[in-house]
Design a protein around this ligand. Structure first.
Ligand code: SAH
Length: 278
């Protein structure tokens, strides 16, 4: 079995394939203001087996298009949706998040929990913006430094895994320079990592290893996850997922007009100033 199939096998039976929680998805829904609207169309990018998809379908008057590039996860999502009586509100699309079949300005909201890093945060928010209606909502969770500095071991690990990891201020700046107005932010609490993701995963390790006769590849998958869990447990006050809510701003907004000539500061302008005074 190849590495991807092993990862699918380890994660497919989980409620979530990344850190998160029901209360946190609901808090993001509340901050988004979407509850007040009817007949919404929302895409859930990198939906996995659909923890957030199901909540969106349950809580909102909306049609949800759940996007993932792994058909196995989408199959699992469809059975969960059928079991919850939500199948008629949810459609699955097997596509990559960076090659989407949506029409321009066709979505009221784009949701994505623990997934945008796969195509890069800035790349993702930039690529997805055209699909949103004017004023549409972007709701994404993204790996975020909680402090201005952190232990070198933690920094080295995440920089290797995800070079774009940054502070909330840097993520807000990315949103602002790509045509969004941030409208909300919160940090996933520790239990979203430990109880919502890592503990249930640890409980699956032994059956997973047994299914694969403790092959070298299966042991390597468990070892990599165990290393990440250990690192998180020791450095949990420095890193989490930030949940970012933002509104697409008008294309006519000055921030999106053709790049203006930079205003010149420093020596030249002060020289000019001196000349004026002369
Ligand atoms: N949102 C889910 C899953 C998060 S795990 C949850 O919070 O539980 C990340 C998901 O992104 C996985 O399901 C993975 O299959 C999917 N994914 C990774 N790269 C992708 C890509 N390029 N296009 C579409 N889906 C992708």
């Amino acid at each position: 079995m190849d590495d991807l199939s092993l990862l699918i096998d380890l994660h497919i039976s989980a409620d979530r394939q990344g850190p998160g929680g029901t209360a946190q998805t609901r808090l993001a829904i509340e901050l988004s203001g979407l509850s007040e609207q009817q007949g919404l169309k929302i895409a859930d990018m990198g939906c996995g087996t659909g923890a957030s998809t199901l909540l969106l379908a349950q809580d909102l008057d909306a049609h949800i298009v759940a996007v993932d590039f792994l058909p196995d996860f989408l199959d699992a999502l469809r059975s969960r949706a059928a079991q919850a009586g939500l199948a008629d509100r949810i459609e699955t699309v097997n596509a990559s998040m960076d090659a989407l079949p949506f029409d321009a300005e066709s979505l009221d909201a784009i949701w994505s929990e623990g997934a945008i890093y796969n195509i890069g945060f800035e790349n993702g928010v930039r690529m997805w913006r055209p699909y949103l209606k004017p004023g549409g909502i972007l709701a994404v969770s993204e790996l975020t430094w909680l402090t201005a500095s952190r232990p070198a071991e933690l920094e080295d690990h995440w920089h290797r895994q995800y070079p774009e990891v940054g502070t909330a201020a840097s993520k807000m700046a990315v949103l602002e320079r790509n045509g969004y107005a941030p409208i909300g932010y919160f940090v996933l609490p520790e239990h979203c990592w430990l109880d919502g993701y890592y503990r249930p995963m640890q409980l699956r390790f032994s059956a997973f290893l047994a299914r694969h006769a403790s092959s070298d590849a299966a042991c390597a998958v468990v070892a990599a996850e165990a290393l990440e869990i250990d690192l998180y447990e020791r450095h949990r006050s420095f890193v989490s997922y930030g949940f970012y809510l933002a509104r697409k701003i008008d294309a006519a907004h000055p921030a999106l007009a053709a790049a203006p000539k930079p205003i010149e500061h420093g020596m030249e302008s002060s020289a000019g100033h001196q000349a004026d005074q002369r």
